[in-house]
Design a protein around this ligand. Sequence first.
Ligand code: AMP
Ligand code: MG
Length: 267
Amino acid sequence: MITHRMEPGKPIKLTELPTGSKEFYQGERETAVAEFEALREEFIELQVRLYAEGRQKLLIIFQAIDAGGKDGAIRHVFKGVNPQGVSVHAFKVPSKLELAHDYLWRVHQVVPPASMIGVFNRSHYEDVLVVRVDNLVPEAVWRLRYHHINEFERLLHETGTTILKFFLHISAAEQAKRFRERLADPSKYWKFALEDLEKRKQWPAYMDAFEDMLNHCTTPWAPWYVIPADQKWYRNLAVMRVIVQTLRQMNPQYPLSQEDLSGVVVV
Ligand code: AMP
Ligand code: MG
């Protein structure tokens, strides 16, 4: 099965990776949606087990350009999952307090504890993306961060966290289409900022930053998945497949009782 997982030590060129699903999915959209729904049922069941087991942790990171589909992917993929076992964090412009610490401080505080799935809408990777493109710190500072991030993720891995990182890959044309939709619909205005158009002009610089992020931070313990994301239905399916496959491997089990329950009667 196609997973879109990058291989450590095998660099990619982002411009050579398709944003459309055509070459990965030949079936009808309806078939993809049906598969997605079946996997969603399984996801819900596996998450109950993960929560009940109380031992393992799963961290799921989403990165993409503006309008790349981070919010939509989270909304669809986590629909129906017990909210008590999931924490979602959207990383915004750092506060004064956050900036007074090292850039991983705010991230480490919100990684998932045992039994939980943690979802990051943006992440520590912003510190090698927007920070790099907008020259918020000198190159000598952000360059060191690939190494910090790999070691930080290694620490999480070695202390029991499974890490999945999804880069939602859309074309510039698809981004323009989504921005136009946002501008044409007052119920979508909140998703749009004039600043988005300024950032759109920096498209090539962002693609360079994403490419370096993918190539430097694909490790055996925390690989990137580059998801063709122009078609939302394929994006959802591809992400769901990876999550369910991963949870199957984690194989969480309902724990046995610590007490002897044999012969216990409720009166
Ligand atoms: P949104 O995801 O549309 O709500 O926007 C969040 C904004 O926060 C984006 O413009 C990000 O680039 C910005 N942001 C997130 N993390 C950082 C960071 N570490 N440094 C600077 N800007 C950031
Ligand atoms: Mg935005």
